[in-house]
Design a protein around this ligand. Sequence first.
Ligand code: AGP
Length: 613
Amino acid sequence: MCGIIGYIGPKEVVPVLIEGLRRLEYRGYDSAGVAVVHAGAVDLRRSAGKLSKLEDVIRLEPIAGDYGVGHTRWATHGRPTEENAHPHRDCTGKIVVVHNGIIENYLELKHELQRQGHKFVTETDTEIVAHLVEREMRNDGLENAVRRALLLMRGLFALVLISADDPEKIVAVRNGPPIVVGLGDGEFFVASDTPPILGHTRDVVFLGDEEMAVITKSGVVFTDFFGRAVSKVTQRVLWDPIMAEKAGFKHFMLKEIFEQPTAARETILGRVSQDSGKVFLEEMAISDATLAAVERVTILACGTSWHAGLVGKFMIEQIARLPVEVDYGSEYRYRSPIVPPRTLAVVITQSGETADTLAALREASRQGASSISICNVVGSMATRESGGTIYTHAGPEIGVASTKAFTSQLVALYLLALRLGQLRGALSPDASKPHIDALLQLPLLLEQTLKLAPEVEEIASRFHTRTDFLYLGRGINYPIALEGALKLKEISYIHAEGYPAGEMKHGPIALIDERMPVVALAPRDQVFEKMMGNMQEVKARGGSVIALTTQGDDLSSILDRSRDVVLQLPHAPALLMPILMALPLQLLAYDIAVRRGCDVDQPRNLAKSVTVE
Ligand code: AGP
């Protein structure tokens, strides 16, 4: 939701903070600020708007210090203004805090502090932390004042604090949203995520819930909220710093669309054997006995990850012969779900920090479900709270619109379906071999599909001014119709709807006219003829069709080149077709958004990781 960075070490602190915030802007960007300490005084610069506005402010009024913190914000409390921008300070101006998350009881604490004479200058929940710590300071160190304050706060929060009265110390706290500590050579970093750290060190420690890091020039001490030492494992993040850059592409999203063959390959690598037909998911760290005994699967996710779950239902039901229900993370806990014995909860989450998905996982676990997460971020909350994890090896996904993580999730779901099928005896290793062969072909098929990019660009040039789109699909490709519509909505701000094609006659067909393009997903599969019928219905009402079909089907018998478009994708088995179909739809959304001058990587109102409910 927000981006936090802190640095202490020999480098000039402000450039390190600003560069770190640039790597975190995808987490939220409606205001930003930095604070540094020098000679017993705090100096601070903040601004509303993108990071470039803060850089302008610092250019006009430079600041320098020995160490400091920075923040880029996605507003949850308080309008995105300069005075609400982090960092926030106490009455003395000597205690500084940056925050990600929500302090649920902040109003109660604020009123108490106001009664005690504290003066507030913002609408934020964050500011109460600075005043609470100010009140709790007792000359026993910033960390102990913070510990006393933590006992009074409720909510999900990642906090980083400094104080000019306890110099050369950074205190970081996690209860929910992520905090990563970077261990450099004589320098230390703390951040919401790894990209701002990777340029300096790859050795990181992920704070756990209710843990604290006390960072000084001589090192880092990890404790719990009561000050008891906690042993932490240093992890070496393999992602090269360059990976988290745009690598020459105009936007992170475009780079990540073209990384999908690699992401799929990396997600499959080492997990299948063509010779034996076996699937290896040992790192999932959940026993074979537990998986073999599973009698039903509940998939829990939000947004694009929920669309992945809908595709996963087809894979698991067809291969493992297990009943699967798919639920929104944001809905699940409110419907008093029934969780019978031998239920496996599968949470799908790129970030591993989505609050609604985590809440759904906790509800399913509370009712006795075993659980695994399909996740793209090492050490994230979902991987710590679930019984096991299948990591998607997509690498850092910076664009707010999820692309390579989505298709990598589909690969992971296919692997899970194969593993479950084998463990349940529904699928022999021999019968697995055609699936494994198909999976190993997938990266090449994705590369071939991406060759359609120029044709998609041409479609965007014809349709980017339209105001409404309809996406139609059937069976395993219906979720891809939903996903294509979401991609268009979230980055081009055009209204779009995904619909099961068979439902058109039950209402939506009333929408069809010459102004509304209809994207039809029509691979040569068991419902191809039905999709042909749906396209004819659209044509009969003056609509334009953008058809995605398979090579060899030019659909010229029903479509008119002057008004319609046909994209011919490579042939692939039915269970892999959704993965291929997603790519042209991602590109279409991207090309239209670029033509409309939208901020593709940082769409309005959105953030990469929704860590509040
Ligand atoms: C996808 O393009 C969106 N950014 C959004 O729907 C996202 O998929 C959703 O917020 C879930 O995020 P997660 O996978 O990190 O849990």
